[in-house]
Design a binder for this molecule. Structure first.
Ligand SMILES: [Zn+2]
Length: 358
């Protein structure tokens, strides 16, 4: 074995002489009794799922601990994974750091099998929030697949998912919006529990202006259409804020403890299309119309106790809106084309001193 497959690539990886053989089973233990129990349970579960025998007393020993020294050097999320002939040690800066070490270990077993070269890995993440967008409007996945996806994402050190339900949320008050294959309340609860078990923050996404065909196609909401289009709410009709608030409330009820809430806001190309909006655009511009609507949406989310996130594209198109948005918005940049180079346009957000995520 000449190369080791770990994603994301660890900061330091040093291969050493010799190999360990896990085929006879492993013994997972804590160095200190008060040590990190949840990562230990996840390691035991992960290795058992891959067919390994895991006990407390017998087999190749894997010891888990939290140590201040690692925290001082690499922070809470830092870890050292040391695989030597006699023992493997996973040392984290905190319980989360140990979890990352556990994930690297199970990833190594998954990709390289039970015979593993001795090595030492030292690692910590560059970003504090590392998420993946799960968009249920494009393709509906089975609940079981969504649960397995959480485990896989955790292995890649993701600690957040942006969950865009669209019409797959089990709305009660506005049940007409929910598709026949929407998740059930029980499936949503299971997903949230599994995410929590993997230390993954679930950030719901509810569109607040454009991309709302799944709502406005129903005649009952026809009055909220922008210039008759089912694509976008009319931002001059305050009933759209009321509807957004009622839908968000249902999501908050089921999720509990939401830290971040994404309000969408991308590709709202119909700004100023109806007569009332056109008149307002003459006075405050498209950026002003957009920002005023988003500040109302922001108030709804803040009152429910979460911090709002918003897509960045309309703020690039109308930079004057940046000055009118409060700084508690987290701007999320989306991009299908770049391949890792520094993206200059993200600097536009930093001029407004916003937190942004790319
Ligand atoms: Zn309008």
């Amino acid at each position: 074995m000449n190369h080791i497959l770990i994603l994301p690539k660890p900061k330091k990886l040093e291969l050493r002489k010799g190999k360990v053989d896990l085929s006879q089973g492993v013994s997972v233990r804590l160095k200190d009794e008060r040590g990190p129990r949840r990562p230990m349970m996840l390691l035991t579960r992960g290795l058992r799922e891959m067919g390994l025998r895991v006990t407390v007393e017998e087999g190749f020993p894997i010891t888990l601990s939290v140590e201040k020294e690692v925290n001082n050097r690499y922070g809470e999320e830092g870890y050292i994974l040391d695989i030597a002939k006699e023992e493997a040690r996973i040392i984290g800066g905190s319980e989360i750091g140990v979890l990352h070490g556990v994930r690297t270990f199970t990833l190594l077993v998954r990709t390289h099998g039970v015979e593993m070269p001795c090595m030492r890995i030292e690692d910590f993440p560059d970003l504090s929030l590392r998420g993946v967008h799960i968009d249920l409007k494009c393709q509906m996945r089975r609940s079981k697949y969504l649960l397995e996806l959480l485990s896989l994402l955790s292995e890649y050190k993701a600690n957040a998912v942006l969950l865009e339900y669209e019409d797959k949320f089990p709305y009660r008050r506005h049940s007409i919006i929910s598709a026949p294959d929407a998740l059930t309340r029980e499936e949503v609860r299971l997903f949230l529990e599994e995410a929590d078990a993997h230390y993954i923050e679930v950030i719901p996404l509810l569109q607040s202006l454009g991309h709302v065909e799944y709502i406005l196609r129903h005649e009952v909401y026809a009055k909220l259409r922008e210039a008759g289009s089912i694509y976008q709410f009319c931002p001059s009709n305050k009933d759209s804020i009321k509807l957004f608030s009622e839908l968000a409330e249902e999501i908050f009820e089921l999720h509990e403890n939401i830290k971040y809430f994404h309000v969408g806001g991308d590709e709202t190309h119909l700004l100023g299309a109806c007569d009332i909006c056109a008149e307002r655009v003459c006075r405050i511009g498209k950026g002003g119309l957009y920002a005023e609507h988003m500040m109302n949406i922001r108030d709804v989310i803040k009152n429910m106790g979460a911090r709002p996130m918003i897509w960045g594209d309309m703020l690039i198109t109308h930079p004057d809106a940046l000055r009118k948005l409060s700084k508690d918005f987290i701007i999320v940049d989306w991009d299908y084309w770049s391949t890792g180079e520094l993206v200059d346009r993200v600097l536009i957000y930093t001029v407004g001193a916003f937190d942004s995520s790319h």
